[in-house]
Design a protein around this ligand. Structure first.
Ligand code: BV8
Ligand code: ZN
Length: 252
């Protein structure tokens, strides 16, 4: 499908609680590479090589410089129309929760007020030994030494690596937001990384209407009530505009 059905717009417009799950595809039109698309981050590297504690310990400079580059990129880009439309949705729907797998902080910069970062954030840097937070991580790929804390421990990004548990509170809040929402919208995620990928299925099981926005089909598409294919930066604003028009017609 290339457009949203009247029925799905009606359900969203009548919803009192909406939960949105975003993946790297929601930030793609801000200029941040995704993980699994051909030109994605992982195409150059193997995920385990960079996004795991063992890779960090084996080659701290390489992992620290990769995250330093991503931190710089995310500070250098702006929220795109997908992020902005989700922030606008808060004016139309009583309760909107954005559960994001992204670590770039773009939803908060777009104005969304309830954002659950289930994979952590690039913008938090802390010491892997003593846990102390610090301000920045700026390591060049050819650095001779990794960045360390005053205690001598290695500095790491506050993200969740493969094989690491998701932050308990964030995961519990995400599961709750998926259990009791009327509509669940999955945007720009390959629906391959667990346990986040289980959230839309959990929502469907609890009676929510599930909408998917993606460039193409994913393992979630068959379970969605409606999967619409196209760029998130175009489709998300279109969906929110249709909800706004529906709300306006109810008032007049
Ligand atoms: C864990 C770090 C307990 C930060 C990331 C079953 C249950 C539990 C665990 C597992 C399980 N099966 C396997 C596991 C292990 C693993 C896992 O899921 N592996 C996968 C590969 C099978 N899960 C874990 O390790 C998790 N931990 O469960 O702990 C445990 C402990 C020990 C042993 C077992 C269990 C931790 C997962 C978090 C890993 N950290 N990132 C960072 O570096 O950024 S994951 C990484 O991939 C990102 O965070 C990202 O969020 C995530 C998913 O990727 P997407 O966001 O979906 O992005 P992707 O590129 O894949 O897709 C982009 C999509 O957008 C595409 O569909 C594309 O079509 C679309 N798109 C592109 N452009 C656009 C677009 N759509 C619209 N518009 C566009 N313009
Ligand atoms: Zn320390």
């Amino acid at each position: 499908m290339t457009g949203f059905s009247e029925q799905i717009v009606e359900r969203l417009a009548n919803a009192s609680s909406v939960t949105v799950l975003t993946g790297a595809g929601a930030s793609a039109e801000s200029g941040l590479p995704t993980f699994r698309d051909p030109d994605g981050l992982w195409s150059e590297f193997n995920p385990v090589e960079l996004a795991s504690y063992s890779a960090f310990v084996d080659n701290p400079v390489r992992v620290q410089s990769w995250y330093s580059a991503r931190l710089r990129s995310s500070n250098g880009v702006s929220p795109n129309p997908c992020h902005l439309a989700l922030a606008e949705l808060e004016d139309l729907i009583e309760s909107v929760t954005v559960v994001t797998q992204n670590v770039d902080g773009l939803h908060q910069r777009a104005g969304s007020t309830r954002v659950i970062e289930v994979h952590g954030s690039l913008h938090r840097i802390y010491c892997a030994a003593c846990g102390r937070d610090t301000q920045e991580l700026d390591v060049a790929p050819d650095a001779s030494e990794p960045a360390r804390c005053g205690c001598g421990g290695l500095l790491r990004p506050g993200v969740v690596w493969f094989g690491e548990m998701l932050p308990e509170q964030a995961l519990a809040a995400a599961v709750e937001a998926s259990s009791d929402c009327d509509v669940f919208v999955a945007i720009g995620t390959s629906a391959e990384v667990y346990p986040a990928a289980a959230l839309p299925l959990h929502a469907a099981k609890n009676g929510a209407t599930v909408i998917e926005i993606n460039l193409g089909p994913t393992p979630l598409s068959a379970a969605a009530d409606e999967a619409v294919f196209g760029p998130a930066g175009e489709l998300t604003p279109r969906l929110v505009a249709q909800v706004r028009a529906r709300a306006a017609s109810r008032v007049n």
